[in-house]
Write a protein of this length. Structure first.
Length: 294
C-alpha cells in the first residue's frame, strides 16, 4: 500500500475492471458455470451460486455461508490486528460448523451477541471476544469521521452502481446495536467493522438472507462484502447477455461509500487511509493517492 503522510487529503484510483461480459458472451452455458468462479479469487461460492440460480439451477447456499464466515473471521483474527502491528491469532476450532464455540470466541462468556446499543458499548470496553480489535478501530476515528450515510441497496438499485450502500453493514443495519452505533459514531469504520460481528452472529444462527431471483435470469446472492448480482440470457445453450454487479462496484462508484468516507476523513488523519480501506475491503486493488501528488 501507499506510504501515506500523517496529514493528507486522499483520493482513490481503482484497478481497471475485468471485461467479464466480453469473456462470457458467446460461450456455452456449462462453460460459463465453470469459468466464473475461476476468474476471481474471492467469493467463488457466491459467484458460482449466482450463476447457477440465474440459470434456474440449484445452488450450494451452504458454501456461501462458510465463505462469508471465513472472510469475517480472517478480518478479526488476521487482517485487522495486523493493521495495528499485532500478531494473528488462530481461528476458532471447527469454525465452519458454527455453534456455541464460535459465539464464545466472538463475544466471550457466555457467548451471546450484545443485543442492544448499551450492551454493545459495554462489550466494546471489555477484553472479551473481538472487542479489543473493534476498540482499536473505534479509537482511530472520531465521531463523524470516514462516514458514508447512503441508502441501502435494493433489488432495483443493485443494477446501477452509484450512491447506495451495498455492504455487510446494510445487511444488518436494522439490528438495535447497529442503529445505536450509527447514532453514536455515525456510519463510519466502527459501524462497518461491527457489522461483520453481527453478520457472523446471524450466520451462526442460520439467518443469512436467502438467494433472491427477482425475475427470470436474475440472481442476487449474499456475499462477504454485501450483495452480488448476476443477470444472464441464453439462446439455446449459448450465453447472449451477461451482467454482473459486485459490492465493490458500488463501493468504488462516484458518490459511493469510499468516496464519501474519504471526503469525511480529515486531512490530519490521512495516514489512516489504509486502515479505512481495510475496513471497507474492496475485492479488487485500489490505490490511495494524496491529492496534489502523483
Amino acid at each position: 500500500m501507499l506510504d501515506l503522510s500523517a496529514s493528507s487529503t486522499l483520493s482513490f484510483q481503482p484497478a481497471p475492471a475485468l471485461p467479464v461480459s466480453r469473456l462470457v458472451v458467446g460461450r456455452e452455458v456449462g462453460e460459463v458455470v465453470e469459468l466464473l468462479p475461476r476468474l476471481f479469487n474471492l467469493c467463488r461460492a457466491a459467484q458460482g451460486a449466482a450463476v447457477e440460480v440465474a440459470l434456474g439451477r440449484k445452488a450450494d447456499t451452504d458454501g456461501i455461508a462458510i465463505e462469508i464466515l471465513r472472510d469475517h473471521l480472517l478480518k478479526f483474527h488476521v487482517t485487522w490486528p495486523a493493521c495495528f502491528g499485532r500478531p494473528p491469532t488462530p481461528l476458532p476450532d471447527n469454525w465452519a460448523v458454527c455453534g456455541p464455540a464460535l459465539s464464545l470466541a466472538a463475544f466471550g462468556p457466555p457467548g451471546e451477541a450484545p443485543a442492544t446499543a448499551a450492551d454493545f458499548f459495554d462489550y466494546l470496553t471489555s477484553d472479551t471476544g473481538y472487542a479489543p480489535v473493534l476498540r482499536l478501530i473505534d479509537g482511530s476515528f472520531a465521531t463523524g469521521e470516514a462516514v458514508a450515510d447512503l441508502p441501502p441497496v435494493t433489488a432495483q438499485s443493485i443494477w446501477s452502481p452509484g450512491s447506495v450502500d451495498n455492504s455487510v453493514a446494510s445487511r444488518v443495519a436494522r439490528h438495535p446495536a447497529m442503529l445505536g452505533i450509527a447514532e453514536s459514531r455515525g456510519k463510519g469504520p466502527l459501524w462497518r467493522a461491527a457489522a461483520r460481528l453481527y453478520d457472523l452472529h446471524a450466520i451462526n444462527d442460520g439467518d443469512l438472507p436467502s438467494v433472491a431471483t427477482p425475475t427470470k435470469g436474475e440472481a442476487i446472492v449474499p456475499a462477504a462484502r454485501g450483495s452480488y448480482a448476476v443477470r444472464i440470457e441464453a439462446t439455446g445453450d449459448t450465453v447472449t447477455r451477461f451482467d454482473r454487479v459486485t459490492p465493490t462496484d458500488h463501493l468504488l462508484a462516484a458518490g459511493g461509500v469510499l468516496d464519501c468516507a474519504l471526503s469525511t476523513l480529515p486531512a490530519t488523519k490521512g495516514g489512516l487511509g489504509n486502515l479505512l480501506l481495510d475496513v471497507l475491503d474492496p475485492c479488487s486493488p485500489v490505490r490511495l493517492t494524496e491529492v496534489g501528488h502523483a
